[in-house]
Ligand binder design. Structure first.
Ligand code: NAG
Length: 212
């Protein structure tokens, strides 16, 4: 006879709460650590939880499809690591998901932007090298604009939320002591080479505690 005793219900709830906490504690690491790449560059995505478990899968929303698993039409999976050689149609969102769960990242209410999904953009011509993870308030952030051809550093123009913010004679510009007002969508352009995709720069308060 099955009877849902109060103790059983409490136990179930605790179990679900523990699993939820576990899910929120995964971090997606990108190596090299940036959000824009040239076509045919290789990138490694690593899902890490505090137990370094192998039970995570990297999934993506790209023009290849919604929620596609690494190793299934894109990338090569090894444990909780995914290696990809990027094509322009790999531009999109990437996140970690527990192998045993079919739910998408958005259903886990405790996801934070740093551990939940990240946006990667792939370009054939110009990329903006900007931090993929939120930067600490007060830090200096260097933005670099790179052309695929020629590969030496060229003068670049930088834009935030569509407005011109400055030139970098050697292709770089530094945002000094960033604050929340520096948050936004950044892109750059190199005369004769083209424009980069846009990437978000997020700033987290220096007094905020890291929620693991
Ligand atoms: C992926 O796309 C689906 C369908 O549009 C959406 O429901 C889901 O929230 C997306 N995932 C992320 C991490 O944005």
């Amino acid at each position: 006879m099955m009877e849902a005793s109060p103790q059983y219900l409490l136990f179930s709830c605790l179990l679900i709460c523990c699993i939820t906490t576990e899910v929120s504690a995964v971090h997606l690491t990108v190596s090299p650590s940036r959000s824009q790449f040239f076509e045919f560059e290789s990138v490694t995505l690593i899902c890490e939880d505090e137990n370094r478990s192998d039970g995570w899968t990297v999934r993506s929303n790209t023009t290849r499809g919604v929620g596609k698993r690494c190793g299934d039409e894109w990338g090569e999976a090894a444990g909780s690591t995914c290696n990809i050689t990027l094509f322009t149609f790999d531009t999109g969102l990437y996140w970690c998901e527990s192998g045993s769960s079919n739910s998408s990242c958005s259903s886990s209410s405790s996801c934070s932007s740093s551990s939940c999904s990240i946006q990667l953009s792939v370009s054939g011509s110009v990329i903006l090298q900007s931090p993929v993870l939120p930067v600490m308030e007060g830090d200096d952030v260097t933005l670099s604009c790179r052309a695929r051809n020629p590969t030496h550093n060229l003068p670049a123009a930088f834009y935030k939320d569509g407005s011109f913010i400055g030139d970098g004679s050697a292709g770089s510009m530094t945002l000094l002591h960033v604050s929340s007002s520096d948050e936004g969508l950044y892109k750059c352009s190199i005369s004769g080479s083209g424009e980069s995709p846009s990437s978000r720069v997020s700033v987290k308060a220096s007094n905020s505690t890291v929620s693991d």
